[in-house]
Design a protein around this ligand. Structure first.
Ligand code: PCD
Length: 808
């Protein structure tokens, strides 16, 4: 048979790997036809909302719900006392701690959930909340983790014995009632020795401030208990729907097959929607109690003040080097403020996430890291806001330490990086703090970046600017921000990564329909990343059916295979790998069918784009579409009918995407206003599935990096009042602040991933934050600045200029 189209055209028709295929999900989003949790509207649905504590630390002496129950439309008011008989007044956190669902005798942070009012609609619930009378007895407030570790005030009475001594925590012994854990990596004594004998040592303390993922859509759920069938359905903004199903089963006692968790469309997650929140538990209980569906949706203040903060790391570093700039050792100590409960979302064995990637992209022979977790009177959380578990903290730390060391050495920071990068031939590279980096080519990426921006030219311009400034010719300084990052994504190998005992594999199940189209279901869940587009592309290339003929479905635990969900840029490294592997199983069976149809031996056919071809006789072939039909209508000896496959993929290692970023900024020293003139971002995420989606991911991640570096902050006053609980105070950048981003790439495939792909969604944030921050700091380098803390809002930048005497 003669082919009417060329091989290249056949490849194009698939819209497979490497194609900037338009996002299939956007048809509904751009027409307002998305289906978010608040769009779920059920007959007789009730609305639940929280009475929240105005105090950051107080004892509750009484809760009087009588007046609230008189409010028209209010049906019930739940307190810890109501939940206690069910054992649901506390719940386990992902970090091995436990957390009050509703205040049990005291509150530990402002905004804490005290009572749950269930009403016929949101307005009645709001009136009911106003009418609940709670008597508080104020207690001393601790917002500073260093104070906390010295204080006599015991925040968590449930974590001390009868003599007030701390009991052991989930991660070992605790040395103070307000201490949560100490976690160490690397070699302490050898590192200290290297530092003591080093030619050059640079030291710096830095605070990576508390912030918040703040997705456009807040968290929420609808719980619906069908008492007739004993089935609970829970719709919600869950980044890990299967894990939520297991947790709900474990804490409620409802058998897991009777629970169906559905993540509908999600309006951004960014880590905010990984954990389990009191609102979920209360909605489920309220639905069981009332026999009606119950909806709970956070408002913006609830979201910012109570769920899922990120960062809040006080980091102290020492880095040593030879006079020539070869780094010899790194020491890092972190005091981690976890708020009132340790509700960090990290793999169980990593209470400080992957902070031990803090040696960054550099070949550092000796290193040591210790992290102390501390309770304070702040909201719980500790999620990985657009970074794999604490990687943004790690990369910020090392990228600042490099700059500080460059100052100490009086050396160019780009050159210092270059001479310390892990070399291409050193991969797979075993880092001093334990990780094995899969692949990288840092020098090539760095050289490409510096060349593209004309780095030398920029430095010359900057030197001239300093001259002009000193001569009174300009009031604007110029900063060149550099960063080189290595991310660690794709948690993870089940051998060391689990959440609550659930191994962090992921899955894909494929069914090919007789007419040659398909559905694939995955254990992950898109929150805007475009999985329905990209996973179909992986499959198109693997099985030779057009991406347009493949439906991707995620987020319904009744239909999707078990998986650990989407966060930590794990979907591509783990579920993406499962997709390729399941596709290969399909292909293997299809090959046998094709061979049968072509009347040759299995080994005599080979796969080519969209068909199986007889080796040496390219005119004899069966297309995948034909094979699919045959799978359903031919009785093939020794082969079952149908064409389906499932893969549960346990990755052998993480993937290590990397990138080189440069930011050029002008800073007005009299107003403190930065003007980002140029932002260049080179990303290497291995094999690229959809370049357009990657570019979108980079734009989004950089914009969140800009936010965090230049203003976004969850701040508290001494009384524990959250000062940034609305979008008036919490900085979300708009088109006004966002510069034009130049994106670029190199391709260094992951050697262990079936298609060589690494994650990319978080990378731009991880690399972006230090890049923006370094640009601000670099502008003041010539005037004696070594380090100032983020966020670099106008006021703080102005203050830096002022402290350096630039306003005199
Ligand atoms: N890709 C491609 N290629 C490659 C890679 C990748 O294409 N090589 C693509 C994929 O497919 C998808 C994306 O891209 O679509 C992404 O991916 P990844 O990296 O894998 O990731 P995922 O897992 O999917 O996702 C996750 C991420 C995260 S993590 C975050 S934060 C964020 C990011 O994602 N989020 C979000 N991005 C985004 N976007 C949107 N739109 N939204 C959202 O929400 Mo975390 O941990 O949670 O914190």
């Amino acid at each position: 048979m003669k082919d009417e189209i060329t091989r290249d055209e056949r490849i194009d028709n698939l819209k497979g790997m490497g194609c900037s295929r338009k996002r299939v999900e956007d048809a509904r989003f751009t027409q307002g036809k998305g289906n978010y949790v608040d769009d779920v509207k059920l007959d007789g649905m009730l609305f639940g909302d929280f009475v929240r504590s105005p105090y950051a630390h107080a004892r509750i002496t009484n809760i009087d719900s009588a007046a609230a129950l008189e409010v028209p439309g209010v049906l019930a008011v739940l307190t810890a006392k109501d939940l206690e008989p069910l054992g649901l007044h506390w719940m386990p956190t992902l970090a091995g701690d436990k957390q009050m669902v509703l205040a049990d005798g005291k509150v530990l942070f402002q905004g804490q959930e005290v009572a749950f009012v269930v009403a016929e609609d949101r307005y009645a619930a709001a009136d009911g909340i106003e009418a609940v009378e709670v008597d508080y007895e104020e207690l001393p407030v601790i917002v500073d983790p260093f104070e906390s570790l010295k204080s006599d005030v015991i925040l968590r009475e449930d974590t001390v014995d009868e003599n007030g001594r701390p009991t052991d925590g989930a991660h070992g012994p605790r040395n103070h009632p307000n201490h949560i854990f100490t976690w160490e990596a690397g070699d302490k004594a050898p590192t200290e020795e290297v530092l003591a004998n080093a030619e050059i040592v640079a030291e710096e303390s830095m605070y990576y401030h508390r912030t918040h993922p703040c997705p456009l859509e807040t968290c929420g759920c609808v719980a619906s208990m069908d008492k007739v069938n004993g089935k609970l359905t829970l719709w919600g903004t869950f980044q890990a729907p299967h894990a939520i199903r297991t947790i709900v089963s474990l804490i409620s006692g409802i058998e897991e097959h009777n629970i169906r968790v559905i993540s509908p469309d999600i309006g951004g997650g960014f880590g905010n929607k990984v954990g389990a929140y009191p609102g979920y538990v209360c909605s489920v209980v309220a639905s069981i109690v009332t026999g009606k569906p119950v909806k709970w949706i956070e408002d913006r203040m609830d979201n910012l003040m109570t769920t899922a903060f990120a960062r809040d790391y006080w980091m102290k570093g020492k880095i040593s080097a030879t006079k020539e700039g070869k780094i010899t050792g790194l020491h890092c100590h972190v005091t981690a403020d976890h708020g009132g409960f340790d509700a960090c979302a990290d793999p169980t064995k990593f209470p400080a996430g992957f902070m031990n990637i803090c040696t960054g992209s550099y070949d550092i022979p000796t290193a040591y890291l210790a992290v102390d977790g501390v309770y304070t009177n702040k909201a719980p959380g500790g999620v990985s806001y657009r970074c794999s578990f604490r990687v943004t903290e790690a990369v910020y730390f090392i990228e600042r330490m490099i700059e500080v060391l460059a100052i100490k050495l009086n050396m160019d920071a780009a050159e210092l990086r270059r001479i310390n990068f892990i070399k291409k031939e050193q991969f797979p590279y075993k880092a001093a703090l334990g990780w094995e980096y899969d692949s990288g080519d840092y020098h090539t990426a760095w050289d490409k970046a510096l060349k593209t921006v004309d780095y030398e030219g920029l430095r010359a311009e900057q030197a001239q600017r300093v001259e002009d400034f000193k001569a009174g010719k300009t009031r604007k300084l110029m900063g060149i921000g550099l960063s080189f990052f290595t991310e660690i994504v794709g948690a993870g190998p089940v051998k060391n990564c689990d959440i609550l005992g659930l191994g962090m594999f992921d899955s894909c199940e494929i069914r090919i329909h007789p007419t040659g189209s398909a559905i694939a279901r995955l254990g992950t869940i898109s929150q805007g990343q475009g999985h329905a587009t990209t996973f179909a592309q992986i499959l198109a290339s693997e099985i030779g059916l057009p991406a347009d003929s493949i439906t991707i479905e995620e987020g319904d635990t009744d239909t999707a295979p078990y998986g650990l969900g989407t966060y930590g840029s794990r979907s591509t490294p783990v579920a993406g790998a499962a997709t390729a592997m399941a596709g290969r199983k399909i292909r293997a069976k299809a090959q046998m069918i094709a061979a049968y149809l072509l009347e040759v031996h299995d080994n005599d056919v080979e796969f080519d784009v969209d068909r199986f071809v007889v080796k040496g006789a390219p005119e004899r072939f069966k297309t995948m579409k034909e094979v699919a039909f045959a799978a359903y209508n031919q009785a093939i000896p020794g082969i079952e009918p149908g064409l389906e496959a499932v893969s549960y993929y346990d990755p052998p290692n993480m993937t290590y995407p990397f990138g080189a970023y440069v930011c050029v900024m002008d800073i007005d020293v009299d107003t403190g206003v930065p003007d980002i003139r140029r932002f260049y971002a080179l990303d290497d995420c291995g094999t690229r599935i959809n370049p357009m989606i990657i570019e979108g991911q980079v734009h989004g991640g950089l914009t969140e990096a800009l936010a965090v570096a230049l203003g976004q902050e969850i701040a508290y006053d001494d009384m524990g009042n959250c000062k940034t609980g609305t979008l008036m105070d919490f900085f979300l950048p708009t088109a006004w602040e966002v510069p034009n981003y130049e994106t670029d790439y190199t391709v260094t495939p992951s050697p262990h991933h079936p298609i060589g792909a690494k994650g990319v969604g978080e990378s731009p944030h991880v690399g972006g934050v230090p890049c923006f921050s370094n640009a601000v700091q670099d502008a003041f380098r010539a005037f004696g600045n070594t380090h100032t803390n983020m966020p670099h809002d106008h006021w703080r930048i102005w203050k830096t200029a002022n402290e350096l005497g630039l306003h005199d």
